[in-house]
Design a protein around this ligand. Structure first.
Ligand SMILES: Nc1ncnc2c1ncn2[C@@H]1O[C@H](COP(=O)(O)OP(=O)(O)O)[C@@H](O)[C@H]1O
Ligand SMILES: O=C(OP(=O)(O)O)[C@H](O)COP(=O)(O)O
Length: 399
């Protein structure tokens, strides 16, 4: 971890206004209710430290990916109630993240008070990393705190460019805890070290899979991406997810695993279905032998046993991406079996780190969130960090 960054514990916020970049990019339902408040809860230690010190907190975040300007469905006003509930105190809201009203609201903020700014991405300048926009934001606070680990892989105005306008700039507690936990896997992980990769698309995870082969003892591949491996080995995959342009890459990966002595585990059987639906006709197939008209939507029972065995023999485990379409009950058994193995391994003293929105949602769905070592609030950010890339949101905090 970078020790040149100032420690938040050594900083007093008394009488100060802290401008805090948080990641409140949380899921909302059709009624604009927050359906998972993990990221809000995770930001509380930093906000409470500021308030308990006698400071005021000005919170800024993005929500979703608005295309051009303000859109009601992406307004952060929808999360004010949830934030008030979590903090146990009122939260003021600035309907624009820059400009006169935001400045007046920030200026009149008293110690112990909290102000939430409207979605930063209502300005295209945010994602462009525009310096003038960053400077306007910076006028709102005296100290800059970045606690948005989930967005730390973005070099945006509020996550990195803004830092140059502050003498006092620090990592928040969430960011620190995320970096510390990732270090256990990135540094000298206790061995055997097993990475489990799943989810829908190989193309999203190519770099990380390749990078992992330099470090892991076992690499488990499940979920939608495993059918491209089956196809590349000459198998048939019916209507399963397939990235036909990645077949050569997959064969190279397999060769690299052999060369590096990495034990690559692929599914040996798969739950198949006639359609992408919970109640469609289902069956079981040997991997690479899926008939036409069927699609693989989960790993099969033999695979679950095989994967669990390896997980239980591991000392460090990194998991990203579900083993099947866990959102449907008929296809959640593989993901559940892997989650259960992770919990058991953790109980036996192994270190387990889970990243990615869907993997975190899966582990929470099964009620295991508290039974693994760490569930990261980052998806892309955690993976980029694992690839060894410098996170702009962290680098910007260096003096
Ligand atoms: N066999 C499969 N066929 C289709 N979709 C799948 C399959 N296995 C997993 N998925 C889907 O992959 C999605 C998660 O992928 P991804 O976004 O890569 O995970 P994460 O957010 O954890 O990184 C889930 O919505 C899940 O339903
Ligand atoms: O949810 C996020 O990323 P994730 O889906 O990789 O966890 C972050 O808020 C970053 O959002 P972005 O990918 O729109 O920049």
């Amino acid at each position: 971890m970078n020790l040149r960054i100032k420690n938040i514990d050594n900083l007093s916020f008394e009488g100060k206004k802290a401008l805090v970049r948080v990641d409140f990019n949380v899921p909302l339902d059709g009624e604009f209710q927050v359906t998972d408040d993990t990221r809000i809860q995770a930001a509380l230690p930093t906000i409470n430290k500021i308030l308990n010190d006698g400071g005021a907190a000005i919170l800024m975040s993005h929500l979703g990916r608005p295309k051009s300007g303000p859109e009601d469905k992406f307004s952060l006003k929808h999360i004010v109630l949830e934030l008030e509930k979590a903090l146990g105190r009122p939260v003021k809201f600035a309907p624009d993240c820059i400009g006169q009203e935001a400045e007046l609201l920030a200026e009149s903020l008293k110690p112990g008070e909290v102000l939430l700014l409207e979605n930063l991405r209502f300005y295209k300048e945010e994602e462009k990393g525009d310096v003038e926009f960053a400077e306007k934001l910076s006028k709102l606070g005296d100290i800059y705190v970045n606690d948005a680990f989930g967005t730390a892989h973005r070099a945006h105005a509020s996550t990195s460019v803004i830092a140059q306008f502050f003498n006092d700039k620090v990592c928040g507690y969430l960011m620190l805890s995320e970096l510390k936990n990732a270090e256990k896997v990135l540094g000298k992980p206790e061995r055997p070290y097993t990475a489990i990769m799943g989810g829908a698309k190989i193309s999203d995870k190519i770099l990380i899979i390749e990078k992992l082969l330099d470090n892991v003892d076992n690499l488990i591949i499940g979920g939608g991406m495993s059918y491209t491996f089956a196809k590349a080995q000459g198998g048939t995959v019916g209507d399963s997810l397939l990235e036909a342009d990645k077949l050569d890459f997959v064969l190279e990966l397999m060769a690299k695993a052999r060369k590096k002595g990495v034990n690559l585990l692929l599914p040996v059987d798969t739950v198949i279905s006639k359609a992408f639906a919970n109640d469609a006709e289902q069956g079981l197939a040997v991997s690479g032998e899926i008939p036409d008209g069927w699609m693989g939507l989960d790993i099969g029972p033999e695979t679950r046993k095989l994967f669990a065995e390896t997980i239980l023999n591991s000392k460090t485990i990194l998991w990203n991406g579900p083993m099947g379409v866990f959102e449907m009950e008929s296809f959640d058994k593989g993901t559940k079996a892997v989650a259960e193995a992770l919990v058991e391994a953790t109980k036996a003293g192994s270190y387990s780190l889970i990243g990615g929105g869907d993997s975190a949602a899966a582990i929470n769905k099964f009620g295991f969130g508290g039974d693994v070592s760490f569930v990261s609030t980052g998806g892309g950010a955690l993976l980029e960090h694992m690839e060894g890339k410098v996170l702009p949101g962290v680098a910007a905090l260096e003096p």
